[in-house]
Design a protein around this ligand. Structure first.
Ligand SMILES: *[C@@H]1O[C@H](CO)[C@@H](O)[C@H](O)[C@H]1NC(C)=O
Ligand SMILES: *[C@@H]1O[C@H](CO)[C@@H](O)[C@H](O)[C@H]1NC(C)=O
Ligand SMILES: *[C@@H]1O[C@H](CO)[C@@H](O)[C@H](O)[C@H]1NC(C)=O
Ligand SMILES: *[C@@H]1O[C@H](CO)[C@@H](O)[C@H](O)[C@H]1NC(C)=O
Length: 724
């Protein structure tokens, strides 16, 4: 409404690298690119705001035809044809031939590590297998299906507590179930809400003792979508329906919030065209990174990414979301490809809310194992989710009838120049030298965003040419809010009695945490690695030894067993955490290593015997190291829904296996405490935190010493076009 139209622009803001130094000598003979107005990359192609509709059009990039795709690499996800074959095999598999189970998950059962490591391009692929989670008559079936032989290799029923990941059909059926219940209808009508305005969500039930055991259950809570697409801000408070997922019927209705008004819809719409003009803010000129010569990365056979000195396998996984495998970096002296990480992904996501109310206590989500981080990832919005120079990748997922479907454009891959500096030094005439040396930092980012109901999680894996991998999680989307009679904070004697903050009239943003636990199977120059804690200890000087009274000393300690590697981060007892290869030594004899570099973080403070913490006990420490075991991928267990915590990372670590000079997996948990505030309404500005994996004595010296600076002549000479 009354927006300025999006004009075509040529290079209004191209990749502009500004270096103040004039003392560089051009090293080579950079080619001049120029910026004629008609070169394709100079033309604005994407008009992504529709003028008539509300909000963004979601898709510009056409996804590829997957129907005839074949796998090229042992770690390639199952193809459309392979998923269909799994279904065919299961249809004629004896226990299922009369009744086909509901399929909760079908993922590639990755080949044993030695097979993958031994595989070379052009070799036949190791046997392709599928890991299947299915449900039949309330029992969880865990199967491995061999696609080549057509046989079921293994089949276990109910291996642990808990049920498989929820399917789309589960969620759909559950959200409809309350409508078959007269008591629910009555409660809705007593609150004056029209059934056609209801939007119902399905919070997982967690596990809270014997009452809810022995059947799959889920909670359903509804919101009013009247006059707003942002129904999350209009809770029908205190109305909680417990649904039996298999019988698709209501087990229990708790209706406690009758006196609580449904918050009004004013100012809840977050779509662009619903907004008034911003106050106090001048609009920004369009900005974009352009690559006149195209991207510097290649994606081969659909999944192998090659960029600068990096090579890795990238895929979308219905449960884990974005998966990086076989990450290797070239040695800066020999050019040889060296292994850094066999596999990295977000293994579980724990989100406990801090409210004991009947309608709230169970809100302690384990989103990866209950809903799937890939399953809820939707196509990314070009120019806004990802810059124009992005390459997009689809996810091939499986529905509950066992049939494949394509989730288009859920990963984007792009080179980033954020104006940062890779390295620099200036020298002044005081030392008789006038030197300005600086290098722009250009990185490669693989991104996915998972929309878990109200919340959006943005997962970034960023690769740097200096060998560092930065893993960042951004949180945006809507708060999960609680309806309240309060319209102003003056109406309560003590604000601290609330379970959160008043973020709008009648809307409380409840205090909660987010914990994302990453599985990081680092294989630094090979599988056999050790975990070293390098503790910085304060020492006191001896009397008369020095004018100084105290200093710090780095003390190395090799973790012998898994328990030695259960780490809580401490500011006043700091350590570095290294994964090293004891048999790969640098010129100077230092072992090649990578360290995990924590950033902003938060720890779970719940009691260890609190049911949600028991199930998510993988958050009891920020770092764990376990012996590699192909079956131990999911920090919260394979079967997470209503699990009791008998198959978690904490349980595996308690086995206390020896881990020195062995194939080990590092687990890192990135946490956030969130005390909401008014700025989080009606949609939250992104909050991010990250950690890094950084080479340590891995390279013999600075691996980006010899990289070239950017020159004016490398880049088109861009002038703002006259806007009309
Ligand atoms: C509840 O209301 C819905 C929507 O109006 C209706 O379709 C359904 O039949 C009602 N259920 C019962 C049990 O009355
Ligand atoms: C909310 O919107 C309604 C309907 O547009 C309007 O009548 C009311 O005054 C608004 N309330 C506030 C507080 O802005
Ligand atoms: C790792 O160490 C084990 C035990 O010493 C040994 O059997 C194995 O061959 C080693 N693996 C590699 C890849 O070097
Ligand atoms: C591998 O992990 C599974 C699941 O935790 C466990 O049952 C099995 O005993 C483990 N194998 C070894 C060799 O530790």
């Amino acid at each position: 409404m009354g927006r300025t139209s999006w004009v075509h622009f040529c290079c209004v803001f191209c990749l502009i690298l500004l270096f103040l130094a004039r003392s560089w000598l051009p090293l080579g003979k950079p080619e001049r690119v120029g910026c004629p107005g008609d070169t394709p990359w100079c033309t604005s192609k994407n008009h992504i705001y529709s003028k008539s509709g509300l909000g963004l059009q979601t898709q510009v990039h056409k996804s590829t035809d997957h129907s005839t795709q074949i796998p090229h690499h042992p770690l390639d996800p199952l193809t459309v044809q392979e998923i269909n074959r799994v279904r065919t095999i299961l249809t004629s598999y004896e226990p299922f031939s009369s009744t086909f189970p509901t399929i909760q998950s079908v993922l590639l059962d990755e080949p044993e590590k030695p097979l993958v490591l031994g595989w070379k391009g052009g070799d036949p692929l190791p046997p392709r297998k599928a890991a299947v989670l299915a449900l039949l008559n309330g029992q969880s079936h865990v199967l491995t299906v061999d696609l080549g032989s057509g046989h079921v290799d293994s089949h276990v029923v109910n291996p642990t507590s808990g049920y498989p990941i929820l399917s789309r059909d589960d969620i759909l059926a559950a959200s409809r179930a309350p409508f078959s219940n007269a008591k629910f209808n009555e409660s809705i009508s007593k609150r004056g809400i029209s059934p056609s305005d209801l939007a119902c969500i399905t919070p997982s039930a967690g596990w809270y003792g014997p009452d809810e055991e022995g059947r799959r259950i889920i909670k359903v809570q509804c919101y009013s979508a009247e006059s707003t697409p942002n129904f999350y801000m209009r809770p029908i408070e205190g109305l909680t329906v417990t649904v039996d997922l298999d019988k698709k019927e209501v087990v229990k209705i708790s209706d406690t919030g009758r006196g609580i008004p449904v918050p009004r819809s004013n100012n809840t719409d977050y779509r662009y065209n619903a907004q008034e003009k911003p106050v106090g803010m001048e609009p920004l000129n369009p900005i974009s990174i352009e690559q006149p010569k195209g991207p510097s990365f290649k994606v081969e056979d659909g999944h192998i990414v090659k960029w600068a000195n990096w090579m890795f396998h990238l895929k979308a996984d219905q449960r884990a979301g974005l998966v990086i495998s076989r990450a290797m970096v070239r040695d800066s002296e020999t050019g040889q490809l060296r292994s850094v990480m066999y596999k990295g992904f977000s293994s579980e996501l724990f989100v406990p809310y801090m409210d004991l109310d009947e309608a709230w206590y169970f809100k302690t989500y384990m989103d990866a194992g209950e809903f799937g981080l890939g399953a809820v990832a939707m196509s990314l919005v070009p120019l806004n989710d990802c810059p124009r120079n992005s390459h997009y990748m689809d996810g091939i997922f499986v529905a509950s009838d066992g049939k494949p479907f394509v989730q288009p454009n859920i990963i984007c891959l792009f080179e980033r120049y954020a104006g940062d500096i890779g390295w620099r030094h200036s020298e002044s005439l005081i030392h008789g030298l006038e030197i300005r040396e600086a290098r722009p930092k250009v990185t490669l980012v693989a991104r996915m965003s998972s929309s878990l109901g109200n919340y959006d999680y943005i997962f970034d894996w960023e690769f740097q040419t200096d060998g560092l991998i930065q893993i960042k999680v951004g949180l945006s989307g809507m708060l999960m809010v609680k309806g309240s009679p309060l319209e102003n904070i003056n109406q309560v004697p003590n604000q601290d009695d609330l379970s959160g903050s008043l973020v709008s009239e009648n809307v409380i943003g409840v205090v909660h945490d987010h914990f994302i636990t990453f599985h990081l199977d680092l294989d630094v120059d090979g599988a056999n690695n050790s975990f070293i804690k390098v503790n910085l200890e304060k020492e006191d000087s001896l009397p008369g030894e020095s004018p100084r009274k105290s200093y710090l000393k780095a003390k190395r300690q090799v973790a012998q067993t898994e328990k030695d590697a259960q780490i809580k981060l401490k500011l006043y007892d700091p350590s570095e955490f290294h994964i090293i290869n004891p048999s790969r030594r640098s010129r100077l004899g230092n072992p090649a290593g990578y360290k995990v570099v924590p950033g902003g973080n938060a720890a779970s403070l719940l009691n260890h015997d609190d049911p949600p913490q028991l199930r998510s006990s993988f958050t009891n420490n920020q770092i764990w190291v376990t012996l590699y075991n192909k079956s131990e991928q999911w920090a919260g267990g394979l079967l997470v829904c209503q699990s009791k915590g008998d198959d978690t990372l904490a349980v595996w670590s308690e086995r206390n296996r020896p881990i020195e000079n062995s194939d080990i997996v590092l687990w890192y948990t990135l946490g956030f405490h969130h005390i909401p505030c008014q700025e989080d309404f009606p949609v939250m500005p992104t909050v991010s935190s990250s950690f890094a994996l950084k080479p340590i004595n891995f390279f013999d010296s600075n691996p980006i010493l010899r990289t070239a600076p950017a020159f004016e002549t490398d880049l088109p000479d861009c002038k703002p076009s006259s806007s009309s």
